[in-house]
Design a protein around this ligand. Structure first.
Ligand code: GDP
Ligand code: ZN
Length: 426
């Protein structure tokens, strides 16, 4: 039960229903006070606010009316009883208002999904991410991709007719490749961000890595404030991957301890652990690389700039990490330096989460289709000037992918509009 209940009507019968319950239709989009009456007996059912939104400028694109009632079960039931007895009215199915909004071009599929996520959002950050999509922020970016793609396709198709003129074909191919490279790189950036965005739901992945025995498990335990990992003085003990889930200011974080990375090992089991470590590193959002006075090797070159390098065991005599690339000095044993390192890690986690809030691609559906689209774009880009027809075909396949993403697979209309003010050689 809530203070106020809202019953929403959408469709052809909406305004006729309003008239038969409340009399004359009020001015659009203005909340007015009305007594809601039974259409036949004129008995008063409730007294509340009425708002009307004439189509097509409404949420669903149809005529929409809202009754704001007193929120008691009895009032809502009485209203619903009366409404469901009226001609042309039935209860909406789950998601039906949004589905109609999509059908009536009020929003695309990506925005509609955002509305769904918004309804389900549990945390503040999930709410922001969903709202960004629901308000069309992501759709706008995708629409930009699609426009560029269709314009490029237009160029190729126009050049097909001049395929005999080698210099026209060559100039077209060069121009088209430039455009495609740019589009592909933008889509790839969005795909890379998609993983981070998914992390916002499932948890950002922070991986602790470094040579055996530098103190990874000890650090994990200190971070997790509990004995989650086995700490041992024998190198190579952490053979399996250990995960601990934590939260940094509302962002879920999965902290992972890995087996040490040692280039050559005879031990079969340790070998398997190291293979897993490499996989963990590849899927990490943030890598924390740990070294210690007895082994000061730095992170592998392939790790990116998001790697945090810390030197552990600062409590040991003769430990002066100057000259190494370590950014922080800590002791997992005494706790020295932990606050500074922890703050740096938290700052990085929050920065990544903030990025994820405005990510364009967030669902696996978005990722799959976009990946397929990028593949088609690459295929198009690889064609030579002798095969403009094949290039156009790959671009059409890419455009179809883009359409599947937004739920708008009608490219012909856009093609028409582009060709209308298209002149050859431009
Ligand atoms: P891992 O193989 O990298 O996971 O290392 P462990 O966490 O298992 O630690 C290896 C050894 O180093 C253990 O004997 C720990 O007690 C010790 N160790 C870990 N951190 C520190 C530290 O900050 N100072 C000192 N003196 N010893 C540490
Ligand atoms: Zn360990």
């Amino acid at each position: 039960m809530a203070g106020i209940a809202v019953i929403r009507l959408s469709g052809k019968a909406a305004f006729a229903t309003v008239t038969s319950l409340t009399g004359v239709l009020p001015a659009p989009r203005k909340a007015v006070r009305r007594t809601f009456r039974h259409p036949d007996t004129r008995e008063a059912l409730d007294d509340g606010l009425l708002v009307t939104f004439p189509g097509p400028h409404s949420f669903t694109g149809e005529d929409v009316a809202e009754f704001h009632l007193h929120g008691s079960l009895a009032v809502v039931r009485a209203m619903l009883d009366v409404l469901s007895g009226m001609a042309g009215l039935r209860l909406a199915e789950p998601g039906e208002f949004t589905k109609r909004a999509f059908r009536n071009d009020r929003m695309d599929l990506v925005a509609a999904e955002g509305v769904g996520d918004l309804i389900r959002a549990r945390t503040e950050r999930q709410r922001k991410q969903a709202l960004h999509h629901a308000l069309g922020g992501a759709s706008q970016v995708i629409e930009g991709w699609r426009r560029d793609l269709i314009a490029t396709l237009g160029r190729v198709e126009a050049a097909v007719d001049f395929a005999d003129e080698a210099d026209v074909a060559q100039a077209t191919v060069e121009d088209v490749r430039r455009r495609l490279d740019d589009l592909i790189s933008r889509m790839r950036t969005a795909l890379a961000e998609a993983d981070r965005a998914a992390s916002l739901r499932d948890g950002l992945k922070v991986v602790l890595a470094g040579s055996p025995n530098v103190g990874k498990s000890s650090l994990l335990n200190r971070l997790a404030q509990r004995e989650a990992a086995i700490v041992s003085a024998i190198p190579g003990t952490t053979r399996d991957v250990i995960e601990v889930t934590m939260e940094f200011s509302g962002v879920p974080v999965i902290l992972t301890d890995t087996a040490g990375l040692r280039p050559e090992t005879e031990d079969e089991i340790e070998r398997i652990g190291m293979d897993r470590t490499s996989r963990e590193l590849a899927s990490a959002d943030i890598v924390v690389w740990i070294s210690a006075p007895e082994d000061r090797s730095g992170p592998p070159a392939e790790l990116d700039s998001e790697t945090l390098w810390i030197e552990n065991k600062s409590d040991l005599a003769g430990n002066s990490p100057e000259g190494t690339g370590a950014q922080y000095r800590i002791s997992a044993k005494t706790g020295e330096g932990m606050a500074g390192f922890f703050a740096a890690l938290e700052e990085r986690v929050l920065r990544m989460a903030a990025h994820a809030e405005s990510a364009v691609l967030i669902r696996s559906r978005h990722k799959q289709i976009s990946s397929s689209c990028v593949e088609n774009l690459l295929r198009a880009s690889a064609q030579s000037a002798d095969h403009l027809e094949l290039m156009a075909e790959s671009l059409r396949a890419a455009a179809y992918d883009m359409g599947r993403l937004t739920g708008r697979i009608d490219v012909e209309d856009i093609l028409d509009s582009i060709f209308r003010d298209f002149c050859i050689g431009k």
